[in-house]
Design a protein around this ligand. Sequence first.
Ligand SMILES: [Zn+2]
Length: 128
Amino acid sequence: MDGICKFCNKQAKLVESHIIPLGFYWQLVDENGNIAKLLSPFDDEHPKRQPNGFYDYFLCDEHEKQFSDVDSYACALLRDSNPKEMKNGWEFSDVNYKLIKLFFISMLWRAHWATNIFFKKINLGRCQ
Ligand SMILES: [Zn+2]
């Protein structure tokens, strides 16, 4: 699919961009191997299965790849590490603040550009 990359603003072949990295979907499979349904934020919409996650086409290949390091870091930290459980959350040690901050900002930015109704209420305003 050709279009304008939302990062570089150039005409390019757009590639599949996951809004929430696929590495985070391991929790959506229950003990029987069934893919869990995601709840809809809308009262009139039934829960749906999203086995391949949420993705859209708004980045060229070069700029999609730039999220790889922060996505990998966030998966390793949030999914694979063993944080200390606290009263109101978890405490992670040895966190690369710059990378985890970039991860959350990038996920929000990707959600802004996603056309799926799941992200409909995320609007960062003008982003170019
Ligand atoms: Zn680009």
